[in-house]
Structure formats: C-alpha cells, structure tokens
Write a protein that binds this ligand. Structure first.
Ligand code: MUC
Ligand code: MG
Length: 367
C-alpha cells in the first residue's frame, strides 16, 4: 500500500461552447491527469484543472511541481498516511490544483485498496447531489434558451448566472429574463468573479431585489477590503466567498472580517483532505456552503459529488456539477449522466470511475 510512483499527464479536450465569465474564458480543458501508483499495483486518479486567471497555475507548472516536488515528497508513504502527506505537501505554498489532484488520487487509490467508495470513506451521508448549472456570458435570449434546455433535458432547476460585465445592466437584464422565462420555481444566484466595484454591485443587487436570488458570489474583489465589507453588510442574501477563500485560514479571515457570509468549497483546489477541514470549519461557524466547480471535466465532477454527498451540509444545496456538459468529449469509460436534476455517486470502489485508455492516448499532449 505504499506510493511507488506519481504521473502527471497533460491533455487537451476542446469545449463545444466556451465558458465566458468576468475573470476569464475557457475554450479547451487543458488539464493534467494525476495518477498515483502503489507497490501492490493499485492506481488512483484525479484531475488538475489549472486556472491561471484565478490561482496562477498552468499545465506546465502543475506538471513541474507534481514531478519535481510533490512526487518525491510522497513516494514511500502508505495510502493511510494522508496527514503526513498533507504536512509534506504543505511545505510548498500555492499550487492548489496540483496539490489537490495528488491528494484526491491518493484517496481514490485508498478506496480501491479497501474496496470502498471514497464518498463512504469521507462521510457517507447520501449518494447524490442536486445539480446547479453555470450560465456563462451571452445574450439574455441565449442564456434563457440554455437554461430551458438544461431543465428539459437534465431536470436541472438551479442556475448560477455569471455577472460582472459593464455596464451592469447587461447582466441584470439576463437575470430578469431568466426569472421571467423560467418562472418562480427555479433557484437563481449570481457570481461576479470580482468584475464589479462594490458600488456597482450594490446598484445591481438593488435592481435585482425583486428577482428572488438565492446567493451572491464574489461580486467585487475581496482585496477592496473596506468597500467589500460595506457591500456584504447590506447584501440581502448570503454572500459567497469563492476565489477569496481557498484555504481554511482564508475562510476564517474573510468570514470574521465581514467580507463574506457563505463559502464555496471546490475540491479541485482543496482536494478531499483540506476540503474536509473547510467543511468542519463552516459547520462550526454555522455557514451555508455550496460545492463549486473549477470548470471541471467528468473526473473532477465525480470528485465534487463524492465529497459533496459525504456530508449533510455540502449536499443541502445544489452543487455546481454540470460544466462537463459543454465539453466535446471526456476521458471516462462510462460518461456521467445528470438525470432528474441529480448526479449520483458511482457505486464502485474509490471514485467509481475508469479512464478510457484510448481516449487518454488520443488527447494526451506529451507524446
Ligand atoms: C466560479 O465559480 O467562479 C470561474 C472561474 C473560476 O475560478 O472558477 C469558475 C467558476
Ligand atoms: Mg465563483
């Protein structure tokens, strides 16, 4: 059960439809597949989606830190020694997607070794999550049409709307069109990816006051410290910290400082080991939690549902689990399916998914 080798494999899969938001846009899943091998032949996998516009990582930096620093730090540890691993990886700052993929691949390998699903090892609260679909920037009619199709085809009734454009009326018009087009039964919330100033955000929230929003997320930069607190104080719905609260220490700082009142947990940047700490912290503080999406493929989405379904708090709200629907292809042997607005944990050991060797061969970029 000792870790004997770690691989970091770059691959690229085009998106059918790019996702556009205030801090960037994604046209292809240029990710790194991390595989952890043990001396008794078990292989665990997870995915690292580098997001340079949020955390500064690139495919190259993920491969470099995994191969050069993280792999030598964990080879020789057993799969049970996850806290030792966490401590060793913690000696290197930053690199959240690289660290998380390695952590989750170890959990997958552990689950396979003991023949248990990762979600059971983590907590086993339920086996499914409701799905929230993220709507990227577009014209109001196109965004209403996409949401309508998601409801008809997949049964999704919760939508996160990307906002943060200028003038802000571009976005408030979309949210109004969604509410009018989809009716009162759908849940709507907004994510600004730091695109507005605090005063623009306050104005936009006032203009959307009658639209029954569930949450507001990162409407202005957390680095605008005092104006962000001013905004959060007057926000009529929970204000989610996403990219401003990556580590548990960030969560503590942002929440106690009055810069957010809810938290997005993304396993793509905190793995399972640190996400568990964040979950416990949020539970202790009495915060609402949303399972977020780092624009993940199917493997990353399976990791999110494995974690989100493991606890009552993380499965209470719909999780952001559907970005993979915009990809032209993926790496799993059995594609994920969102049915009745839900994504269900695969029953097998570990993450319950297998990588299709032919697809990986086709999309990998290191050959
Ligand atoms: C999100 O919730 O912000 C877009 C940028 C990023 O870092 O994650 C995505 C989704
Ligand atoms: Mg966000």
């Amino acid at each position: 059960m000792k870790i004997s080798r770690v691989e970091a494999i770059p691959y690229s899969i085009p998106y059918r439809k790019p996702l556009r938001f205030a801090s960037g846009e994604v046209h292809a899943a240029e990710h790194v597949l991390v595989r952890v091998h043990t001396d008794d032949g078990v292989v665990g996998v997870a995915d690292a989606p580098p997001r340079p516009f949020t955390y500064g990582e690139t495919q190259g930096s993920v491969i470099s830190v995994v191969e050069g620093i993280f792999a030598p730090a964990v080879v020789g540890l057993t799969l049970w020694e996850r806290e030792s691993m966490h401590g060793r990886l913690g000696r290197t700052v930053g690199n959240p997607a690289a660290r998380s993929a390695l952590d989750m691949a170890v959990w997958d390998a552990l689950g396979r070794s003991v023949d248990q699903p990762v979600s059971t090892l983590l907590g086993g609260w339920t086996d499914r999550m409701r799905v929230s679909h993220m709507l990227g920037f577009d014209e109001p009619a196109a965004m209403v049409a996409e949401a309508t199709r998601m409801r008809e085809v997949h049964g999704i009734t919760t939508f996160k709307v990307k906002v943060g454009r200028h003038p802000h009326q571009l976005d408030t018009a979309v949210v109004r069109a969604l509410r009018e087009g989809l009716g009162d039964d759908v849940e709507l919330y907004v994510d600004g990816n730091r695109g507005w100033s605090a005063s623009e955000a306050a104005q936009a929230m006032a203009e959307m006051a009658d639209l029954g929003l569930l949450f507001a997320e990162e409407l202005c930069p957390a680095d605008d410290v005092l104006s962000r607190r001013w905004l959060v104080q007057q926000c009529p719905v929970p204000f989610i910290a996403d990219e401003s609260a990556v580590t548990p220490a960030d969560v503590t700082r942002e929440i106690l400082g009055g810069s957010a009142t809810a938290v997005s947990i993304k396993v793509a940047r905190t793995g399972f080991t640190t996400s568990r700490r964040t979950h416990h912290l949020c539970e202790g503080l009495g915060l609402e939690v949303v399972m977020g999406n780092q624009i993940d493929g199917q493997l990353g989405s399976m990791c999110t549902v494995a974690f989100g379904s493991a606890f009552e708090l993380t499965s209470r709200r719909a999780g952001e689990l559907s970005n993979f629907l915009d990809m032209s292809d993926d790496l799993l042997t059995e594609p994920l399916e969102i049915r009745g607005g839900e994504l269900v944990v695969r029953p097998g050991a570990g993450l319950g998914v297998e990588i299709d060797a032919d697809k990986l061969e086709h999309y990998r970029q290191d050959r």
